[in-house]
Design a binder for this molecule. Structure first.
Ligand SMILES: *[C@@H]1O[C@H](CO)[C@@H](O)[C@H](O)[C@H]1NC(C)=O
Ligand SMILES: *[C@@H]1O[C@H](CO)[C@@H](O)[C@H](O)[C@H]1NC(C)=O
Ligand SMILES: *[C@@H]1O[C@H](CO)[C@@H](O)[C@H](O)[C@H]1NC(C)=O
Ligand SMILES: *[C@@H]1O[C@H](CO)[C@@H](O)[C@H](O)[C@H]1NC(C)=O
Ligand SMILES: *[C@@H]1O[C@H](CO)[C@@H](O)[C@H](O)[C@H]1NC(C)=O
Ligand SMILES: *[C@@H]1O[C@H](CO)[C@@H](O)[C@H](O)[C@H]1NC(C)=O
Ligand SMILES: *[C@@H]1O[C@H](CO)[C@@H](O)[C@H](O)[C@H]1NC(C)=O
Length: 454
């Protein structure tokens, strides 16, 4: 994993395929190529690579040793799956349900916390299938792609101390009549919006009214309800220069303005009645940080004269800025702040043979967040606590319930019938995003409940 020479042009020949990572699976046999394959993920992260169609993202400057080490070392140790280790004291239930840590309502500490609970078998299954919903992104269409087991769609999140009604699409659309709702964030936001669209499609098929060049930001309209639903691509939430050309090839480290929010969502903010906002994983990438248009530091950058601040510094600032903007804005958008989502690569990472082939959820206490995910989650909770919650800001703390679902990811089934030709084919696995239908459908139940709290 030491100094890896990167040559952008080498990739350009291979970059016009439908997505950034898949084409590289055939390079596995060639060491040099493996590194370039790695770079795609290291630089843009699995998050990015998986959901911007038509892009390959590589950069000669992103292959810093530390960044590589980070991903290589960020493994789920097998021991993390065993409850007996003393390291798991922080899944202590009494702690997990403590209001300071998990209560999502801030001022209403006595309210039941819908994010503390367990996954229970549910014979009803999902609201939709690959047959009934036509807006499932190819990479998450596990059924269609040939995932052999289906047990993972028969579970429902059930809070410990309260009832969580099953999502009612008709009721949701009624609530959203004449309203505008925006999902702002990274690929997990997109994943959620697609789950919502599929669930709503049994009542009304949305009309596709807008998409940007890369289908990163999109907008749909429900004519009978005059309801507009958007997803806005803003992986850092703050202003970020991401140096990529039309083919998605990057030529430099992303530069983040820590004191400026991303105009992508700010410019339309006043139009939104409801927002779900959140990010996370993109902050693990190498980046240079600016304040007052001056370099203040970086995360993992190779330049020796730049202060190494770590992603925590930037992530905290970004969340703080976003929540401050929302809570102090004259326009009151009802805001759901979504916490970050852990991945489930086991015995390796996405690039070192990690896999996610479990077929049932974890039980409480079987697993704990790895350090980097915990750090991220702590920052989210702390910044949320600091924010003036008023009437219009709610926490959407899906981190822990997501952690319990190693079985809900596409794994190899992010592409169509990956083993139809070669049973032992090496394909890139996705252990971060969720199959649709899949566990993320439960987020709609939780979102509805959070909205009803208004
Ligand atoms: C990753 O592990 C290697 C040894 O396996 C170690 O030398 C390196 O310092 C570790 N990197 C980080 C960021 O922990
Ligand atoms: C869990 O927390 C309770 C109260 O804080 C404590 O009494 C108990 O020993 C803890 N259990 C474990 C396994 O840490
Ligand atoms: C849905 O997936 C099943 C396999 O589970 C497949 O037989 C069927 O053709 C798929 N339907 C669509 C519309 O893709
Ligand atoms: C449709 O909703 C928008 C706001 O989203 C509102 O401005 C407009 O008046 C609504 N149209 C009707 C016919 O109610
Ligand atoms: C940015 O500029 C403002 C005033 O122009 C100043 O108060 C602030 O300390 C500066 N921040 C940094 C990080 O230099
Ligand atoms: C770091 O050094 C490079 C060249 O040595 C210089 O161009 C750059 O301005 C320096 N950056 C900072 C933040 O001092
Ligand atoms: C998952 O894959 C590993 C390694 O190939 C294998 O040892 C294990 O039995 C598999 N587990 C399941 C549930 O298929």
């Amino acid at each position: 994993m030491k100094s890896m020479g990167f040559d952008d042009n080498k990739f350009r020949n291979h970059t016009n395929n439908a997505d950034c990572c898949y084409p590289f699976s055939s390079f596995y046999r060639n060491n040099q190529r493996i590194f370039t394959f790695l770079a795609c993920f290291i630089f843009f992260g699995i998050v990015y690579c998986f959901y911007i169609p038509g892009i390959t993202l590589l950069s000669p400057v992103m292959d810093s040793e530390t960044q590589t080490d980070f991903f290589v070392n960020k493994t789920l140790p097998p021991v993390a799956l065993l409850p007996e280790s003393g390291d798991f004291s922080d899944v202590n239930e009494s702690q997990a349900s403590s209001p300071e840590t998990y209560n999502s309502q801030g001022s209403q500490e006595d309210k039941c916390d819908i994010f503390t609970g367990e996954w229970v078998p549910d014979q009803n299954g999902p609201f939709y299938t690959n047959h009934s919903c036509n807006s499932i992104e190819a990479h998450q269409n596990c059924m269609k792609n040939g995932r052999p087991d289906s047990g993972y769609i028969y579970w429902r999140w059930t809070p410990k101390h309260c009832e969580l009604p099953r999502f009612n699409p008709e009721r949701f659309l009624q609530l959203m009549r004449n309203k505008v709702m925006a999902f702002i964030g990274d690929s997990i936001s997109r994943n959620h919006v697609q789950s919502l669209l599929c669930t709503l499609s049994q009542v009304q098929e949305a009309v596709d009214v807008y998409h940007d060049e890369k289908y990163a930001s999109r907008r749909w309209y429900f004519p009978s309800y005059n309801f507009t639903l958007s997803v806005i691509w803003s992986p850092f939430l703050i202003k970020a220069a991401i140096f990529e050309n039309i083919d998605g090839v990057s030529s430099d480290i992303p530069k983040l303005n820590l004191d400026e929010l991303d105009p992508e969502w700010i410019k339309d903010y006043k139009k939104f009645d409801y927002i779900e906002i959140g990010g996370g994983k993109w902050y693990l990438k190498t980046a240079i940080y600016y304040e007052n248009n001056t370099v203040v530091g970086c995360h993992n950058c190779p330049q020796e004269n730049i202060t190494k601040l770590g992603f925590e510094y930037a992530y905290r600032k970004a969340i703080n800025l976003a929540l401050e903007f929302i809570t102090s804005s004259e326009h009151k958008a009802y805001t759901i702040f979504r916490t970050s989502t852990p991945d489930h690569f086991e015995n390796g990472e996405w690039n070192t043979g990690g896999y996610c082939n479990r077929t049932v959820p974890f039980k409480e206490g079987d697993i704990d967040l790895i350090d980097v995910d915990r750090t991220m989650h702590d920052i989210e909770l702390e910044e949320f606590q600091k924010a003036d919650k008023g009437l219009n800001l709610r926490l959407f703390d899906t981190t822990h319930l997501s952690l319990l679902r190693p079985d809900g990811h596409p794994g190899p089934y992010r592409t169509y019938q990956p083993f139809s030709i070669d049973k032992n084919a090496k394909v890139q696995l996705d252990c971060l995003h969720w199959c649709l239908p899949g566990p993320i459908d439960s987020w709609n139940d939780l979102m509805m409940e959070t909205l009803m709290d208004e």
